[in-house]
Design a protein around this ligand. Structure first.
Ligand SMILES: NC(=O)c1ccc[n+]([C@@H]2O[C@H](COP(=O)([O-])OP(=O)(O)OC[C@H]3O[C@@H](n4cnc5c(N)ncnc54)[C@H](O)[C@@H]3O)[C@@H](O)[C@H]2O)c1
Ligand SMILES: O=C(O)[C@H](O)COP(=O)(O)O
Length: 551
């Protein structure tokens, strides 16, 4: 981050002014458009956030070049096919989009293309203009009637036709709503949910609105064109890649597809000699679906708010590579999130060597029904606590599951449903690590696992159980755990050794199996005691084992 501690946001494509103003209130904003892939990779190591539209490829190299600084990529629009989500997740980088602000604009453009295509508006306009142009050049008669082609551009009517809306999400729904008014037939609104094969074989018009994914890539191909009604007309305001463009040229030439209206292309901008662009039965626009004044202001505000929120550490409601947790749930879970992370940190530090951790079980006790308790955030934070003390990896909500998997750590979850009031989301969290040896033998529970358990008390995380021993220590600062013979004077002895070195004790708690037998003393300390102090504690005759844990 820069010297003035403001984050830096790189805006790599044109963004509405209202969004830029919002960003500038919070961050240093670098608007650099038309960067080459190499320039983007060079700049990115100085940026905390990147905002793009559809033209910038946010590739794996971009994340690798960021050196861990890039925290969020904001896609000022819907489609995220230009962002390598896998690489973003691996690098712990949140990706957010602006999913709602351009819906109507895209739907309106789809309808514009549908009606313009059906009535040859673009071709007829180009033809007349070409005719007038030759008049001016040649200084001949006033009109060139050769270009006034009223018979050539006879169109087709939409009334009574079937429109198949493929991809019935936000844009698809809005297209169907508008098309209903045009076609005025129940089955033209796309509410008959039919199979893909039925849709393509019965439609007079196809309007594409699905995202580009491995499943939709080239979904309209030779095989599927051959199943279509002869004379079908196709509108694409989704992504060029959902159509096999060579196959579409063949289908147009064969008369299977009468016309196509395309806003998007596999390669943008398409090369000059692209056969679709040149085809007389194809109408094209340069990816204008989201390009209205209103949509661009809306998208800019939507993405700026999401990026600023993410940089502030808030969970974005439009995240596309992290679990979505609504704001009110997040507020409620906050102390449990801290508890989960601290229990993870404690548990892994109790393992001898730390690195053998492969099998972890997290048990939640709660009076809430399972579907009323979203544990993904808790699991991610336990994972963060488990992994960060034993590696240099930065773990967050985005990459927690990936990082655990990559390190071969299997994390299972169990919920124990309690009777009682579901007012609190959780009663307790227990973290158990199987098949490991402990640096502190008393942390091994009866089941042979390193086990720690905690609760939230008065809004603060507390350690309440270590192995089979019940304790109660607030999880702030650091902790010393001692197992000793239960006898009078132990608290005073340990307390005075710490006091001599000015180590402040914040909390002490003793849990024992039975009076005068074994006990565990959990001591919360604000400072880290020196090695010699820890040695002196270990030399107290009644102390059988002890461990210092860094929280
Ligand atoms: N031309 C433009 O400027 C422009 C503007 C906005 C959106 N878009 C494109 O349109 C797409 C849709 O936008 P949206 O806001 O409606 O998104 P959305 O997520 O609301 O809708 C997408 C729909 O497609 C469906 N879908 C996914 N895979 C499918 C498949 N294999 N077959 C059929 N349906 C499938 C989903 O279930 C969902 O209902 C975006 O991903 C983007 O690529 C383009
Ligand atoms: O997916 C989208 O939102 C649209 O394709 C808009 O893309 P654009 O931001 O490049 O106009």
């Amino acid at each position: 981050m820069s010297m003035d501690a403001k984050p830096t946001v790189l805006v790599a494509e044109k963004l509405g002014q209202a969004g830029l103003d919002l960003l500038k209130d919070f961050a240093n904003v670098d608007c650099s458009y038309n960067l080459s892939p190499e320039e983007l990779c060079t700049k990115i190591s100085l940026c905390d956030a990147l905002i793009v539209r559809s033209a910038t490829k946010v590739s794996r190299e971009v994340f690798e070049s960021s050196g861990g600084r890039l925290k969020v990529v904001g896609r000022a629009g819907v489609g995220i096919d230009n962002v390598d989500l896998g690489a973003a997740t691996e690098h712990g980088c949140l990706v957010v989009n602006a999913p709602t602000a351009n819906t109507v604009a895209a739907a309106e453009h789809g309808i514009a293309l549908l009606t313009a295509m059906a009535r040859n508006v673009a071709q007829a306009d180009a033809s007349i203009k070409a005719g007038l142009y030759s008049v001016q050049l040649l200084y001949v008669c006033r009109l060139n009637f050769g270009k006034w082609l009223r018979n050539k551009y006879v169109g087709v009517s939409l009334v009574g036709k079937t429109l198949a809306v493929m991809g019935f999400g936000k844009v698809g729904t809005e297209v169907a709503r508008r098309a209903k008014g045009l076609a005025d037939r129940a089955h033209a609104i796309g509410v008959d949910l039919v199979s893909f094969d039925e849709a393509i074989s019965t439609a007079d018009f196809l309007s594409l609105h699905m995202p580009l994914t491995p499943a939709t890539s080239k979904i309209l191909n030779d095989e599927n064109f051959s199943k279509m009604k002869k004379g079908v007309r196709i509108v694409n305001v989704a992504r060029g890649g959902v159509i096999d463009e060579d196959a579409l040229v063949r289908a147009l030439d064969a008369g299977i597809v009468a016309q196509a209206a395309l806003d998007v292309f596999t390669v943008e901008p398409p090369p000059q000699d692209n056969k679709l662009v040149q085809h007389e039965n194809v109408t094209v626009t340069p990816h204008l679906g989201a390009s209205t004044m209103e949509a661009q202001e809306g998208v800019a505000i939507e993405i700026a708010e999401a990026v600023v929120g993410a940089l502030r550490g808030e969970l974005a409601s439009t995240a596309v590579n992290a679990p979505m947790v609504p704001a009110e749930v997040l507020t409620e879970l906050k102390p449990y999130v801290t508890l989960g992370e601290k229990l993870g940190r404690l548990a892994v530090q109790l393992v001898a060597g730390g690195s053998g951790v492969k099998s972890v079980k997290v048990t939640y006790t709660s009076a809430r029904a399972p579907d009323d308790l979203d544990t993904r955030l808790l699991r991610a934070m336990v994972t963060k606590g488990l992994i960060e003390p034993i590696s240099s990896v930065f773990v967050n909500l985005v990459n927690a599951d990936f990082t655990a998997k990559q390190r071969g750590i299997r994390i299972t979850e169990e919920r124990v449903i309690l009777d009682g009031s579901p007012e609190k989301p959780l009663q307790s969290i227990q973290v158990q690590i199987a098949n490991v040896e402990s640096r502190f033998a008393s942390a091994i529970s009866e089941s042979g696992k390193v086990s720690v358990e905690g609760k939230v008390k008065d809004g603060l995380p507390h350690l309440t159980k270590v192995g089979a021993f019940e304790v109660d220590v607030s999880l702030e600062g650091n902790i010393i755990l001692c197992r000793q013979v239960d006898q009078p004077g132990m608290i005073g002895t340990v307390g005075s050794i710490l006091g001599e070195e000015n180590v402040n004790v914040s909390f002490m708690s003793v849990g024992r199996t039975a009076p005068r037998k074994q006990a565990i003393m959990a001591i919360g300390v604000d400072e880290q005691p020196s090695k010699s102090v820890l040695k002196r504690i270990g030399e107290i005759p009644a102390v059988e084992e002890f461990v210092f844990l860094d929280l």
